[in-house]
Design a binder for this molecule. Sequence first.
Ligand code: SF4
Length: 262
Amino acid sequence: MIAKASVRDYLSFSAIRTYQGCPLRYKFKYIDGIPEDRVSSTLIFGCAIHAALEHYFHQFMAGEPQLPNVPELMDVYQQNWSTEKTILFGSKESRASMDQLAEKMLRNFLASDLSTPTERIVGIEEDIRGELLPGIPDILGRIDLLLESTDVVIRDLKTSRTSWDEDQASESAEQLLLYAELVKEMFPGRTIRLQFAVITKHVDPRIQLVETPWDQHRLQRTKQIVKSVWQSIQGGNFYPNPSPIGCSSCCYRPQCMAWNGT
Ligand code: SF4
């Protein structure tokens, strides 16, 4: 069976990840286009923190003499909680507890070196798109921070329950390796470095900068994964892949239970 053509003429890394997590969920979301009616508090919290940091770095890049303070960043954060979807909170979470945590995270960020990058900022939430391999759609991505000094730096901003180490960065490197492959044409001959800026959700949030090395084998492996996923999508291979974590945040459970293979 050949899958119905997706309305999208590109692949995002999150779409690839969705397919790897559950092919049927991918179908409901990206092929059938069924809107998601709920969102996890973790996702919306991370997006709101991202929006606040994006606002901060735009002001920093513009050379504004008065950089945003915590209340200004919290305003941006609050605005980004606006959604018509049902927000699913964890058992020990509430909006108030997450707001308190956000304030601490943003305060610690402003006090850290991460708020004053020494490299030149050349892109914030920079959209990139390009061909990764012949025969598969373009990859579309968004780089949180693109920095330039002697080297070019792709920096991904993360919120995390736990501190990161080099192993965690290495495990998460695939997305940045693909993005590096897409931006290397813009910076011929330059070394591209991959970094994660991590703000933890601890009582006293940690601010970390963790670098992961370029790995050519890993890049080729990731490209092969993307190719295999795309071939599987084109082959119409959609089936439920239940897991406690995946299904608990999935809004397609009614459609999933009604699915009969067609
Ligand atoms: S409920 Fe679970 S198995 Fe079904 S589509 Fe969602 S993630 Fe997949």
